[in-house]
Design a protein around this ligand. Structure first.
Ligand code: PRP
Length: 216
């Protein structure tokens, strides 16, 4: 039997996903070893194989069919804009994509000034400012510690993920506008949805039932 391949996002999301999969009878003990450098893990009994990838790469593996299924954040799905099916909201990893900055930047947003926006998510930022707000801005791509940008004068505002809000608070910044809610999602390759329909559908149904039980 062909392995059903699942791409997981390295880090916290992978551990949460494994916990969930375990509850529907899909286990993979060797993957829990935090010190392991192994990249691919198999569950021979169920004919399932897992691999760990960087968040941004998960939709790529799924679009090209290197993984039948992927689990990643909605932020990554929006940013990558890949051709795939988004089938379940897993409900964990909840956070928000927001425009943030010092409170003084509120006026710049209100008056649609030509400001600089630093972000790890240029696609999401561009869509928000150009297509939804119709505000012309200069988008600057950064790779991390985005909150630094307005503090050192690189940009007036940032587009970034806000979870607890403590990074903003500790740096004198605030949420100025909310773009969207985010959480972990299950994505499926479009061909796998047909070719592996029975196995993919079973997995989706098992996960949905589990989530429903948890909600009750
Ligand atoms: C994320 C995000 C914010 C922070 C938000 O960064 O980019 O900086 O978490 O969380 P909070 O609202 O709970 O403070 P991450 O820690 O992933 O690292 P990064 O700065 O390298 O992107």
């Amino acid at each position: 039997m062909r392995y059903l391949t699942i791409a997981l996002t390295k880090g916290r999301l992978a551990f949460k996903t494994l916990e969930l999969l375990e509850q529907i009878g899909i286990t993979c003990d060797e993957m829990k070893d935090k010190n392991s450098r192994k990249l691919i893990f198999t569950n021979e009994e169920r004919g399932i194989r897992f691999f760990l990838a960087k968040a941004n790469d998960v939709p790529t593996y799924v679009e090209y069919g290197a993984a039948d299924i992927g689990i990643c954040g909605k932020d990554t799905i929006l940013e990558e804009g890949r051709k795939l099916y988004e089938v379940i909201d897993l409900g964990f990893g909840r956070c928000r994509m927001c425009v943030c900055g010092p409170a003084s930047a509120e006026d710049l947003l209100r008056h649609h000034e030509l400001i600089r926006v630093a972000t790890k998510y240029p696609g999401i930022a561009k869509d928000y400012f150009y297509n939804k707000k119709h505000q012309t801005v200069e988008i600057i791509k950064l790779n991390g510690s985005i909150e630094l940008a307005p503090l050192v004068g690189l940009s007036e505002v940032i587009v970034d993920i806000v979870e607890t809000g403590s990074t903003l608070r500790e740096n004198g910044l605030t949420v100025l506008e909310e773009i969207c809610d985010l959480s972990a999602r299950v994505i499926v390759n479009q061909v796998s949805m047909k070719r592996e329909n029975v196995r993919v559908t079973r997995l989706i149904k098992d996960l949905q039932s589990l989530l429903q039980e948890e909600r009750l």
